[in-house]
Each structure stands twice: as structure tokens, then as C-alpha cells.
Design a protein around this ligand. Structure first.
Ligand code: SF4
Length: 132
């Protein structure tokens, strides 16, 4: 037996172990609904919101790039449960007093409370209707 056989054997043993761990993790995720949620739910929408109640984001764009945010800014965004597609048509970012409209040529606006790009049809728990 040479070192090449030992390495090949070790490689096969390790791959078998990783395969078993991967299958186990998938089963656990599927059992708790995590796997299904990732596969069937549009990005950045509440998992328990029926699809028919989500406001159509007909504009065909998302405002989910949070790569420039600090951990604190991202935590604030998550704490206030910002979503790109509001589950309530009466609570849209573009109807919120805290919304800052997108600049010319841009799709995503901004918010005076939440950092990062904000979809005009998004929403969060701090929604405050614009004065009539
Ligand atoms: Fe949208 Fe919430 Fe900001 Fe209002 S406070 S603009 S609902 S993200």
C-alpha cells in the first residue's frame, strides 16, 4: 500500500462523512420548514404572509443590497422588519412620511430611519403615513 492509496481512502472516507452530515442537516431543515421556506418564499418577504396579500412589485427590481451597511445598520433594518414587498397595500414606503424618493435614474429610494436601499413598495414596522 502506497501513500496514494491511503490518501484516496481518506478522501473517500471524508466525503462519505460530509455526505452524511449534509443529508442530516437537510433533513433537519426540511423538518422545521427552513428548507421549504428558502425554496418557495420570495426573497425578503415575510414567510407567513400569503402570496396573494403581497403587494405586487411590478417594477421588477429589488432593493436588497445591504453589502455597504454596518452590522448595526443591518440589525436596525432587521429589527424594524423591513421588506421589499409590503404585505399591506395601505402601508407602502412611498406612502410613508419617512421615505426619501429615489433620485433620477434610480429605482430604490431611502429612508430617514433605515439605512440602505428602500423599495417604494416596501414597508417596515415604523411606517408612518404621510400627512393628508
Ligand atoms: Fe419604509 Fe419603514 Fe422607512 Fe417608512 S420607515 S419609508 S415604511 S422603511
Amino acid at each position: 500500500m502506497d501513500t496514494k492509496d491511503i490518501s484516496r481512502r481518506h478522501f473517500i472516507q471524508r466525503m462519505s462523512l460530509f455526505g452524511a452530515v449534509g443529508i442530516g442537516a437537510s433533513s433537519v431543515l426540511a423538518a422545521c420548514g427552513g428548507g421549504e421556506q428558502q425554496a418557495d418564499t420570495p426573497a425578503d418577504t415575510p414567510a407567513d404572509t400569503p402570496a396573494e396579500t403581497l403587494v405586487e412589485t411590478a417594477e421588477g427590481f429589488t432593493c436588497t443590497d445591504t453589502s455597504d451597511l454596518t452590522e448595526q445598520e443591518l440589525a436596525m433594518r432587521n429589527t424594524l422588519q423591513y421588506v421589499d414587498a409590503s404585505p399591506d397595500p395601505d402601508k407602502l414606503c412611498d406612502g410613508c412620511a419617512l421615505y426619501v424618493a429615489a433620485e433620477a435614474g434610480q429605482n430604490c429610494g431611502a429612508c430617514t430611519v433605515i439605512k440602505g436601499p428602500i423599495h417604494p413598495k416596501g414597508s417596515c414596522t415604523s411606517f408612518a403615513p404621510k400627512p393628508a
